[in-house]
Ligand binder design. Structure first.
Ligand code: NAD
Ligand code: UFG
Length: 337
């Protein structure tokens, strides 16, 4: 099947492209390169043997999208394109709503105009807000606390309305927990520009001595070691969840939101320990104040993904850390930092 990946040169998109190609699909990547680099295409060629078609465009350019959907005979779209930094979204809400919501509406218009009605959307566990109970299942009430999260929630609502309006639509929102790790080749992974917002890329940069120490945001949470607990999921597991979602949509129309997580939470200090094991040396850290907006504990109930998609996470925490470390070392070797 020919599949368009918006935001396809990004972290999750590039790994999903690799998995889909392995499964025999054709993929076309579209990205405005605002948060990724086109050199990922050469890396994907090394990994998969394919020169993947790439369109350098913004998803808000509806006409280009329409042309791409038609000319590549696309049968389904995975919509990764969007901005994702929570803090930045509070400073630039208009930019976030424009990229994320306007971008999605533009995509939906192009899909409707070309009668391509199968869509997988990158949502986030952030739509649950402060947990009322754990683990978080899809019935948990939704509540967003920042413009990024609100953009995801609004998009989910829009997608649900669209699917209700026309029974031909087949749409899944995948609510990702915390994606980490890298492709086993070490060629592609997460390499944020500037100071990393997220824990795993920050630890990786401390491990490779680009940064002197990790700041652990709070050790007074109601958790066994006082630090925040999250459901970290290996990027390869997350990527294969998209293939499972597309398979499901072959049989099912309508709209549904499904968690992609492992069901297992780890604390910040447990992550530090696991990474030390992977890289073979100590990760210096100090305790800093809590980060505003953070919650204590967040982990998934992944049962629905298992029941409907026949998917479950299989990579261990050690594999997540080892692959991140391999990718980080290869970045250094290639002087691409
Ligand atoms: P990423 O930044 O690596 O990838 C997103 C890609 O979209 C980038 O390549 C960027 O250049 C592109 N893009 C952004 N706006 C665009 C636009 N208007 N037009 C075309 N391209 C555009 O991020 P990622 O981690 O791969 O995330 C992919 C999706 O998953 C995002 O929608 C994100 O919100 C969602 N998500 C990510 C996480 C996470 O922790 N990584 C968690 C939950 C949800
Ligand atoms: N943390 C630190 N130091 C750091 C970075 C993070 O101690 O330098 C802690 C945080 O306080 C939190 C944990 O590490 O307890 C994880 O933080 P991340 O920033 O890696 O991840 P979040 O759970 O805060 O958020 C991520 C994405 C969101 C997404 C959410 C759920 O950034 O976009 O996962 O999928 F919505």
């Amino acid at each position: 099947m020919n599949i368009l990946l918006t935001g396809g040169t990004g972290y999750i998109g590039s790994h999903t492209a690799a998995i889909l190609l392995e499964l025999g699909h054709q993929v076309i990547l579209l990205d405005n390169l605002s948060n990724s680099n086109s050199n990922v295409l050469a890396k994907l060629k090394t990994i998969t043997g394919y020169q993947i078609p790439f369109v350098h465009s913004d998803v808000r350019d509806t006409q280009t999208l329409q042309d791409v959907l038609k000319s590549h005979d696309i049968k389904a779209v995975i919509h990764f394109a969007g901005l994702k930094a929570v803090g930045e979204s509070t400073e630039q809400p208009i930019t976030y709503y424009s990229n994320n919501i306007q971008g999605t509406i533009s995509l939906l218009q192009a899909m409707q105009a070309t009668s391509i009605k199968t869509l997988v959307f990158s949502s986030s566990a952030t739509v649950y807000g402060e947990p009322h109970y754990l683990p978080l299942d899809e019935k948990h009430p939704t509540h967003a606390t920042n413009p990024y999260g609100r953009s995801k929630l609004h998009i989910e609502e829009i997608l649900s309305d669209v699917a209700q309006s026309d029974p031909e639509w087949r749409i899944i929102s995948l609510r990702y927990f915390n994606p980490v790790g890298a492709h086993p080749s070490g060629l592609i992974g997460e390499n944020p520009q500037g100071i990393p917002n997220n824990l795993m890329p920050y630890i990786a940069q401390v491990a490779s001595r680009q940064r002197s120490q990790l700041n652990v945001f709070g050790n007074d949470y109601p958790t066994p070691d006082g630090t925040g607990i999250r459901d970290y999921i290996h990027i390869m597991d997350l990527a294969s969840g998209h293939a499972a979602a597309l398979d499901y949509l072959k049989m099912q129309s309508g709209y549904i939101a499904i968690n992609l997580g492992t069901g297992q939470g780890y604390s910040v200090l447990e992550m530090v320990k696991a990474y030390e094991h992977a890289c073979g040396h100590e990760i210096p850290y100090s305790i800093a104040p809590r980060r505003s907006g953070d919650i204590a504990i967040c982990y998934a109930n992944p049962a629905l993904a298992y029941d409907l998609l026949n998917w479950q996470a299989s990579y261990t925490l050690d594999a997540m850390c080892a692959s991140t470390w391999k990718f980080q070392q290869m970045l250094h070797q290639n002087n691409t930092i």
